[in-house]
Design a protein around this ligand. Sequence first.
Ligand code: ADP
Ligand code: MG
Length: 356
Amino acid sequence: MRKIFNIFSKALACVLSGILLCGCGASGSVLCQSMDTAMGTVVAQTIFCPDEESGEEASDAIIELLNQLERQELSWRLETSEVFAVNGAAGSGDGFLLSKEMTLVINECLRLSEESEGAFDVTLGSVTRLWNIDSWAAGGVTEGFVPPDRELLIKTLGDSGSSKLRLEPEVRGDNGETVQARIFLTEGMQLDLGAVGKGIALDLILDSLGSSEVNGAVVSVGGSVLTYGRKPNGAAWKVGIRDPLNPSENIGMLLLEGQWCVSTSGDYERYVEVDGVRYHHILDPATGMPADSGVRSVTILSKEGLLSDALSTACFVLGVEKGMALADRCGAEALFVTAEGETVMTEGMEEYYWSE
Ligand code: ADP
Ligand code: MG
């Protein structure tokens, strides 16, 4: 599904070109905006380019890259993906030889799992499937949802856990570093990279923008946003932070220059409500239940996509105190909105945060 708004095209140009030409004159930049669906979420792009053609080219390349990432690597549903193959080999003595790209991703995920004391865990696939999270409609209305049976949940949780996952180096580089590893999931364990997929996407988009003619861009893939380069008028990029208590409004925004990744995890987008109880999609690996750490949303600011996405999930599970410490250890900034509606952030985040 795709909608492109190019300000120099057709009728829109009549309405907008005046405004944009003012911005464009000095720098010769053209603004291309588009809205697509990819990786099961909305992808919004604002791209400043030397001309219309290069803008559309860059924007098409980004969508193709996201579709490819989903199809070839991350999807647990599509038989064509690497995660699907890894999951299919769970419990087998041979394991599965990961690609170089996936070796890097899984290594980093295991590191962050350890760093977060297990709050972030990509081996929760069997548990997230019990909750049937993928079927939950946006907005919290899902007919006939029943929370998983307690005993089954505990058993399934017992089959999961990054500490039980084995990664054996198979190809090493000149300096002894692991280039490719073989992964061994135990019986009943399944990978779910849902908590880092959009962040990985941002890292790839960044690479593709680097070799394009794009001068500046803001690309949002669901709750993860990438800023890149400059606006023609030199102004900062504005990334809004939703109010989890009133998701149609922003509580404030981040004013950013150059390259940044901003990821938000919250309990307000994907959830179901049964008998007045809200079940959301970020699980506490200690219990297998939706995390209940007293926060409604966490926003992470970092230079790296995977890191920001993983940390937003981990910090949501950990809550304010432990989450702040984790962000700090990882060199990222964090902003929490608590259940009481209070906003708490790291000192470094204050530099970028603006609110009325
Ligand atoms: P979103 O996908 O809405 O951006 P997150 O990045 O926080 O939100 O990822 C949540 C997804 O990650 C869930 O839908 C589930 O598939 C998976 N998940 C849930 N809890 C955890 C966890 N503690 N660690 C790792 N992955 C998780
Ligand atoms: Mg995340």
